[in-house]
Each structure stands twice: as C-alpha cells, then as structure tokens.
Design a protein around this ligand. Structure first.
Ligand code: ATP
Ligand code: MG
Length: 717
C-alpha cells in the first residue's frame, strides 16, 4: 500500500478529491487543473489504498484514444496492468454489455454495428418504400430526427407527434427504421446507448449483477454527456455504486450533438449528498495564456463560475499575426514551426488548431511544400474526405472515362435510382468483355438490354459525365469544378446532411474549388486538369506522417479536447469563421463558440499564436474579415502583434500580375491606411506605374475599392 506515491504529485485540493470518501463526488474545474489526473489517481487510490478490486471500477472517457491513455497512466501508477477494469467510451462500454447480454437485450448474437453512412442508406430505402419524395423528405434530416430522439432516450412509440401530419410521417419512418434494424440485426450508435439503458430497466437481475460487481464509476468530460448517457449512468449507479464525475461547464462544446451542459447541475440534485470540489490551480499554461483564456470566457453569461490561476511562469505574450491571406497565414505558421524546431522543440510538441475542417487544406499544402511531416488527429486529410473523393472522382471521369474506381464511386452518388442489379450487370459485362465500366455501360445502353427505368438512369449518368467532359474542354479548372459540383448535384447532396457535418462538407467542397483556382499547372492551362488530379492523388497518398515520425499535429478545435501541447497555433481566428457565421444567429451557439475558443487557448502550455487572414477564399469567394471578437476580448497586455508584411511575395488573388511588395506610391501590401472619405482600410493590391498607379484598399466600413494612387492621398497609419 503506497499512499504517498499516489498523493505525492498532487496539490491539497486534488488530494482531497482523490481520497474523498463520499458516495458521489463532482469535480468541477477549469482547463488544465488536473481533472483527468485526479481521475486516474483516484482509481489508483481506490485500488491500492481502499483495496478495491480492479474489476470493481468502471471509467468512462470521451474518446477511445483518451481511454487508452488512461489505461497506460493507471498501469504506470499501479505498476500493473489494470486487468478486469472497464475503461472505455460510453459507446464502447454499451457495446460490451450488449455483446454479453445479447439475448436479454433482444438482439441476435452476431448483431452488427452500423455507421452513419449505412444508417443513411437504410433511411433512403425506407423513403423509397413509403414512396416519399426525397427532395421534401431529406434523408439526412430524417436520420437526424431519429438520432435526436434516440439521444433523448425516446423510441418511436414514445414520440408525441401532436397529430401534426409532418411529424406523424417522421414517426412512421422512425418506426419502420426500428423494424428494419430489428429484422436485420443492425444496431446504430444511438441504439447502443438506448438498448444498454433499456437493459437496465427491463432486466433487473442483470442490473443487480453489475451493481454488485462495480463499486465505483468515474466519468471524465462530464459536461459533454447527453440525456441517454446520463440516464444510463444514473440507473446503474442507483444507490448502490459510488460515482465520481469531473467536468468543466466552460468546455461544453458538443451541444450541437445533444450534449447537456445542465447535467452538471442535475448531478448534484439527482445524487444524494454530492460533494463538490473545485480545482482552480492550472498546471498547464503560462499565466499570460491563462489570463487570456479567463478574459475570453468571462464574456459568457450563466457560468458556474471559477477562475483559473497558476504559480507558473508569466510567459510570453500571445503572438497575434494578421495574415494577408490564408496562404500567408499558413506560411507564417510553418515558418514559426521551423523556427521552434531549430530551438529544439519537437514537431510533435506543436499543434495547429482550426475551427473548420476545410481550413486544413492550405495549411497542409504549405507543410508539404516545406517538407514538414504532419499528422491530422481525429480527422482525415483533405483529399481523403468523403465529399472530396466524390468530387475528384467526377473530375477524373470527365477527364478519363475508363477510370473504373471513379466510376464505382459516383455511379450512384448522389443516388440516381440505379439499382444494385443494374450496377452488377455493368460489372459483369465489363468482366466478360474485358472493357471498362464506362464502355460496358455504353454497350448495354446501345443494346437496349436494360429495363426502362435502369436505362433512363444510366443514360442520364452517361450524359452527365459527357457534359462534364465537354465542360473540361472549354472551362478553366476552377470553373469546371464549380460546374461539376452543380451539375452532379454533389454540393446539394452533401449539404443536406444536417448540422455541423453538412456544413463542413460544403465548406470542404468550396475549398476544393479554391484549390483548383490556386492551382498553377507546370505546363499550360490545357493540362491543368490532369496535373491537378495527379497532385491530388499524391497528396492523398503519402503526405501524412506515420505513427513513428516526429510530426506537427493538426486538429479541429473539437478534437483537441483534453489534449495539451507546448506550442499551439490557433488559425483562422476571424469573424465569420470563428465564431462561425452560422452560430452568431442561433441562440446559445455564440456561447458554445466562445467555449470552443476557451478550449483552444487552454491547450497551449508555453506559447500560443493566434493567426487570421484579412482576406480569405471561403465558400468560393474572396471575403474580407476582421479579427474575431474573441481576440478583442483578450486583454491588450496579453497580446503581441506580429507584422511581417514585407515578406509578402504573392498577390491577393491568383491570376493578377505579381508585384513588388512596395512600389513607388510608398504603400505596401497589407499596410493600414487612412482615406479622408472612406476612413481606415488595408492595402490589398498595387498596380500600374507613375501617375497611373492604382491601389486597391479594403476599407473597414466601405469594403474594397480601387483608387488612383495620385488622387487618393492615402495616409499610412
Ligand atoms: P482539460 O480540462 O483540458 O481536460 P484537465 O483538468 O483534465 O484538463 P490534466 O490534463 O489532468 O487537466 O492536467 C493538465 C496538466 O497539468 C497535465 O500535464 C498534468 O500532468 C499537470 N498537472 C496537473 N496537476 C498537477 C500537479 N499537482 N502537479 C504537477 N502537474 C500537474
Ligand atoms: Mg482532462
């Protein structure tokens, strides 16, 4: 029994939490204050000091990676592997239970877990069965509807449709979906939780068994539990099992996926004699970084209230860099990364965090160009993303009809009523004749050997691809890409996916248009498509570093939860992007964005960079954004503005002639200027010579204008 080694590395309040003997404990604490550390040490304490068997412990974390890390840390502390202990995510643990009790849970022994794509296909089949028009009944929103109810613990039979005809249909679909899953033994993610909850309610003997077995439940990131997860925990714990939850209301960032921040307050009401401990000492970040985080989050109303402090170093001010555009922003970040590497900071100690997935593309390109290995955590590389692969497949087919992989990928994406049978016929024909799927399709069409329905669908597809092929002959690469997204309906198709995911997919597709616009072919414009496709294939191939290479970490802010890095770059911190423009309109969403910003800032241990682009191609348009309101909430003394505009070597938009950074007007790209009528603005472009010099300025209030330099009388500020 080694009490001292467990408590040694903790402060007094953490010790109190670790050794607390109350039945229910809530640790409510800010970022980096040691919540996860307390959880791990509490487990060690229970086993080593209280003599609890490892099998008496269940610990729930947010991701599988976090669960693995927790296991490692526990075994390091205990000097033995935590065998018999249940450590996992809610989904993982629910799955384990259902595997063990499939019969009592009403499932076949070999039930299958289906992912979101499978689920969507199932919904589509049902819509067809019910003859519902999928332009009115978007499959994605039906899917969202079903999952939303499952997260709330409601089966179709429990949903009150208030006699509303629209809602009645949705409930009918939900019901049919349940039947279809039941019949085929399929279980979606929400169903895992719902069934595990029902298992407790319907099988008291099983519940009783686990209540005897488990003696302590521990939950990390409690602020992001949803209704069904909380209900499941509550029934399991009952009055029988002790429970420790740790969380931070300021870090609740999954509201859009059903997480209930209120569960924190509910916990103290539902569990008798809850003892609450607050940890406020932060061990992760410098006080400069903490002051910034505290100041930002202070703008949120209705917080449970706590303030972080540190005994650590004051640290450097946060570097704020205003990129001239997104390439310049990326280049700045990569330069800093290399600078730190030369001062002995590993690449893996540096992380680039961003709000939207699509932002990674420009950053990835810059890293590839600089030969800097990187790894995308919790996500996919740009060219590996589903919607990008689909769009690129169309481009490939329009370039080269015999590309079978591309053909397979898009023949029914978006769905165009081509049955499996038809596709199978095409495959068979291709095999028999040893021709491509495209050629086989043409043959089948000319022989009229398909059913009328199938042949109409296939003919439409062939025509579509031919149209794209024609367009490839006459349009510039970016125009072609836009044409393809439009003509194939791909953008509308991916955009239908509800919520954050649909938005991210559309953003990624628009980012692909940007990529094609910025693409500079080595030879001439006519080979741009082919060259671009090659580049895309290579980018998807091997840019990502393998597990063992030292590599920069790239991740969205959402996936950065719970992690920490010595050096952090928050990229794209500008209005419309972060906070995301959609979130500004919905009530409560701005607060969630602010919490996301708080999560981002508090990932940094030693150094934090915040960057933004004054001009960014986003959704296919050049937009001029001001720095995020969140940056304005950071006290000035915590910020240090970095400006290296003279380094700019690229014009704002591709296609315009290249300029020297500064010309005879005495103005420089990126420089802030004042005009007597239009007010303050920033220089975006300079062109012409002598009295013909013209300057493009983006004015803060008036937007972008071209002015004749000689008359504009711009003053630099
Ligand atoms: P988050 O809110 O981001 O999940 P957290 O509250 O879970 O953070 P931890 O990740 O447990 O915080 O701890 C943050 C960092 O501080 C870790 O590197 C941890 O090892 C360190 N730390 C925590 N408590 C102490 C302590 N008493 N002494 C030294 N280091 C500590
Ligand atoms: Mg943590």
């Amino acid at each position: 029994m080694d009490v001292s080694s467990i408590l040694d590395s903790l402060n007094n309040v953490q010790r109190e939490a670790v050794s607390c003997d109350k039945k229910s404990l809530l640790v409510l604490a800010g970022a980096g204050s040691g919540k996860t550390r307390v959880l791990v040490h509490r487990i060690a304490w229970l086993v080593q000091v209280q003599g609890m068997p490892a099998s008496g412990i269940m610990a729930v974390t947010f991701t599988n990676k976090a669960a693995r890390e927790m296991r490692t840390r526990i075994s390091e502390l205990l000097h033995l592997s935590p065998q018999g202990m249940w450590v996992g995510t809610f989904h993982g643990i629910a799955h384990r239970l259902l595997k063990a009790h499939w019969h009592d849970a009403g499932l076949p022994e070999n039930f299958q877990i289906i992912d979101s794509d499978d689920q969507l296909r199932m919904v589509k089949r049902l819509l067809k069965e019910f003859e519902l028009d999928d332009s009115r009944w978007s499959p994605k929103s039906v899917q969202w509807y079903i999952n939303g109810h499952k997260d709330e613990g409601r089966r179709a039979a429990h949903v009150d449709h208030h006699e509303d005809p629209y809602e009645k249909t949705l409930v009918k679909l939900y019901q049919a979906y349940e039947v279809a899953c039941e019949r085929s033994g399929q279980v979606d993610f929400g169903e895992l939780l719902l069934r595990a909850h029902e298992l407790w309610l319907k099988q008291p003997a099983i519940l009783n068994h686990y209540q005897q077995r488990f003696q302590h439940l521990l939950v990390d990131e409690f602020q992001d539990t949803n209704t069904i997860q909380y209900a499941w925990l509550r029934v399991l714990a009952g009055h029988a099992i002790d429970i420790t939850v740790v969380g931070d209301d300021d870090q609740s960032i999954y509201g859009w996926r059903g997480a209930k921040i209120e569960n924190i307050q509910q916990f103290a009401k539902d569990f008798n004699d809850t003892f609450t401990i607050k940890l406020e000492q932060n061990y992760r970040s410098t006080s400069m970084i903490l002051d910034a985080a505290n100041a930002v989050i202070a703008n949120n109303p209705e917080r449970l209230g706590k303030n972080l402090w540190t005994e650590g170093a004051l640290g450097e001010p946060i570097s704020l860099y205003a990129g001239f555009n997104e390439q310049d922003e990326a280049r700045f970040i990569v330069e800093q990364i290399q600078g730190h590497v030369s001062e002995d900071t590993l690449l893996s100690e540096q992380a680039i965090l961003y709000r939207s997935n699509a932002q990674s593309r420009v950053i990835e390109e810059e890293l590839i160009r600089a030969g800097t290995p990187y790894r995308i955590y919790g996500g996919q590389r740009f060219y590996d993303r589903l919607e990008i692969k689909n769009a690129v497949a169309y481009l490939r087919l329009s370039h080269f009809r015999d590309d079978d992989a591309a053909f397979e990928r898009v023949i029914n994406t978006p769905t165009r009523g081509m049955g499996n049978k038809t596709v199978e016929m095409i495959r068979n024909r291709a095999r028999e004749q040893n021709v491509s799927l495209w050629r086989a399709s043409e043959e089948l069409l000319s022989e009229c050997s398909l059913t009328k329905r199938a042949s109409t669908a296939l003919a439409a597809f062939v025509e579509l691809i031919n149209d794209c092929g024609d367009a490839a002959g006459r349009l510039a690469l970016d125009e072609l890409t836009e044409f393809v997204l439009e003509a194939t309906d791909l953008q509308a198709f991916h955009g239908k996916e509800t919520g954050e995911r649909g938005r991210a997919r559309v953003e990624n597709l628009q980012e692909l248009v940007n990529a094609t616009r910025q693409f500079e072919p080595e030879s001439d414009a006519s080979s741009a498509l082919r060259e671009f496709l090659d580049t895309a294939a290579l980018d998807a191939g091997d840019a990502q570093a393998d597990e063992y290479t030292d590599a920069v970490q790239l991740t969205t802010l959402h996936s950065a939860k719970g992690l920490e890095f010595p050096v952090v770059y928050l990229a794209g911190v500008e209005e419309n992007l972060f906070p995301h423009r959609m979130s500004v309109e919905e009530p409560g969403r701005l607060e969630e964005e602010r919490r996301l910003c708080y999560v981002g800032i508090t990932r940094a241990m030693r150094l934090l960079y915040i960057t933004y682009a004054e001009c960014r191609r986003w959704y296919g348009q050049e937009s001029f954004n001001t720095v995020s309101r969140f940056v304005k909430e950071i006290p000035a003394e915590c910020l240090h503005e970095v400006r290296v505009n003279t380094n700019i070597s690229r014009p704002v938009s591709a296609g315009r002639p290249q300029f020297a950074a500064e010309n005879e007007t005495g103005l420089a790209l990126g420089q802030r200027v004042w005009h007597s009528v239009f007010g303050e603005g920033i220089v975006l472009n300079l062109e012409g010579q002598g009295s013909n010099s013209r300057v493009q300025v983006n004015f803060d209030d008036e937007g972008s204008k071209w002015l004749v330099a000689a008359y504009a009388k711009l003053e630099s500020i």
